[in-house]
Design a binder for this molecule. Structure first.
Ligand code: SIN
Ligand code: FE2
Length: 204
C-alpha cells in the first residue's frame, strides 16, 4: 500500500455511522448539496457536494478554491460536529483542527476522476476520509499522473488517512456499488474528507 496511507476498515461501528448520518442530515438542511462545475469544461461533476467548517471547497467556472460561504445560499458553512472533530484529533497526528469537511454525495452512477488534493497550504496535515453508505471502488496511484495505481474497496464505516507520501497522490472513485448498504435511506454513498487548509500561524 502507498506509503503514509492508513486504511482502517470498519473503524466506525453501525451505531456511530447512524450518528454521523443524523448529524449530516441536520447540516444539509442548512447547507444543501450543490453541483460543482469543472472550471475548464463547464461540465457538472457527477458528485454533489457541501461542506462543514470555517472553509469549504468549491469548484465553478472561476476555478477550484476554499471559501467561507455556501455558493448558493451565501451563508457560512455549518460547523464541523464535535464527533467528527474527535476522529481527526484521534487519528490525524496533527496538532490543529481541520478547517474543512467536504461532504461528497454519490448517487447512482456518480464517480470521481483521478485528482490530487492540492488546494491546501499545508500538506503536512493528512486528509482523513470517512465512508458511509454503499461501497466504493477507490483508486490511488503515485504523485504523477499516469503511473501505476491500485484499488481499495471503501465500505460504510471505513476510515482512510492519507498522510505522508500518500497525501499528494492521485486518487479517485471508479464507481459505487449500488445496494451494498442500507445506511442511507435513499441509497448511495457519502464521503467526508477532513482537511487542514491554512498553515497554522498564518491565521491564528
Ligand atoms: C475525494 O477524493 O474528494 C473523495 C474520495 C472519496 O469519495 O472517497
Ligand atoms: Fe480527493
Amino acid at each position: 500500500m502507498t506509503s503514509g496511507l492508513r486504511y482502517l476498515p470498519a473503524h466506525l461501528d453501525p451505531a456511530a455511522q447512524r450518528d454521523f448520518v443524523e448529524l449530516l442530515r441536520a447540516a444539509v438542511t442548512e447547507a444543501p448539496f450543490f453541483t460543482p462545475i469543472m472550471p475548464r469544461t463547464g461540465r457538472p461533476f457527477t458528485v454533489r457536494m457541501t461542506n462543514l467548517g470555517p472553509l469549504g471547497w468549491v469548484s465553478d467556472r472561476a476555478g477550484y478554491r476554499y471559501q467561507s460561504t455556501h455558493p448558493e445560499t451565501g451563508k457560512p458553512w455549518p460547523p464541523i460536529p464535535p464527533m467528527v472533530l474527535d476522529l481527526w484529533r484521534k487519528l490525524s497526528g496533527y496538532p490543529q483542527d481541520p478547517e474543512a469537511c467536504l461532504v461528497n454525495y454519490y448517487r447512482q452512477g456518480a464517480k470521481m476522476g483521478l485528482h490530487r488534493d492540492e488546494d491546501e497550504e499545508d500538506f503536512t496535515a493528512p486528509v482523513l476520509s470517512i465512508s458511509l453508505g454503499d461501497t466504493a471502488i477507490f483508486r490511488i496511484g503515485g504523485k504523477e499522473r499516469g503511473g501505476k495505481t491500485e484499488t481499495l474497496k471503501l465500505s460504510s464505516g471505513d476510515v482512510l488517512v492519507m498522510g505522508g507520501e500518500s497525501r499528494l497522490c492521485y486518487h479517485g472513485i471508479d464507481r459505487v456499488l449500488t445496494g451494498t448498504s442500507t445506511l442511507l435511506k435513499d441509497g448511495g454513498r457519502i464521503n467526508l474528507t477532513l482537511r487542514r487548509v491554512t498553515r497554522p500561524g498564518a491565521t491564528e
